[in-house]
Design a binder for this molecule. Structure first.
Ligand SMILES: [Zn+2]
Length: 237
């Protein structure tokens, strides 16, 4: 990292001291990204469990399990404007992405529909994609639009229902340069992977050379009905 960036980061830390991405506690000396207590509670996918194979998205890294404090942290991030967490999620993802996809040349994301973005005021996956691209020193580009509002994927539990729900929901953003790119596609949480796959299908059809995936967390461990809102309104608690 450049000296100026480091100075800016240091000043930023003085004004906004780093907090735990899961519980908001101020971090103690020696803690990074999350506090010790949260570190003991989160479930990290080990080894090959952190990488899920796909068809149009060749592989998707997803290092955390979407449960407990990870899930709470995410819902706060998505629905309660804790947008500062995007840069910490990106920092958590960085080593996984660097190891799995050293060939990636462009970072993109699975976008919200215009309606969801208007309601929420920000696109949570875009924020993570931008922060990750900065760390990787790669360009971040809007390559896709969500052209059809799909409602909540989380209401659907069967993989085939989820696939059908997102079919045709994404299109290449007008003027986006996709052909020949090796794209790292970012989403927040993956469940069955249907959203990622549909985005990967569209990008592949537009001439992408490779589509890799990265999500912070994976839901649905153990095959139970997942509660991972990929879009739409806040789930009923
Ligand atoms: Zn914590």
């Amino acid at each position: 990292m450049k000296l100026l960036d480091r100075c800016v980061d240091k000043c930023f830390d003085l004004v906004y001291p780093p907090r735990c991405v899961f519980c908001d506690a101020l971090l103690a000396e020696g803690e990074q990204y999350f506090c010790r207590s949260c570190g003991e509670q989160i479930s990290v996918a080990e080894g090959s469990d952190a990488v899920r194979p796909g068809t149009y998205v060749d592989r998707c890294v997803a290092p955390l399990y979407y449960e407990g404090i990870v899930r709470t942290s995410f819902l706060d991030y998505k629905f309660h404007e804790k947008t500062w967490r995007a840069s910490v999620y990106a920092a958590l993802l960085e080593p996984y992405v660097k190891e799995a996809f050293p060939d990636a040349d462009t970072v993109a994301w699975a976008p919200l529909s215009r309606r969801s973005q208007r309601d929420r005021g920000y696109d949570q996956s875009a924020l993570i994609a931008r922060a990750l691209a900065k760390r990787l020193e790669l360009p971040c580009a809007r390559l896709l639009d969500k052209v059809r509002h799909t409602g909540q994927q989380s209401r659907l539990s069967l993989p085939e229902e989820r696939r059908a729900n997102v079919l045709g929901a994404y299109a290449v953003h007008q003027g986006a340069a996709v052909r020949g790119r090796r794209i790292l596609l970012v989403d927040d949480v993956i469940t069955t992977g249907s959203t990622m796959e549909e985005c990967g299908r569209v990008l592949t059809a537009a001439g992408a050379e490779a589509v890799h995936g990265a999500a912070i967390a994976q839901a649905g461990r153990g095959g139970g009905a997942p509660d991972a809102p990929e879009d739409g309104a806040e789930p009923q608690q």
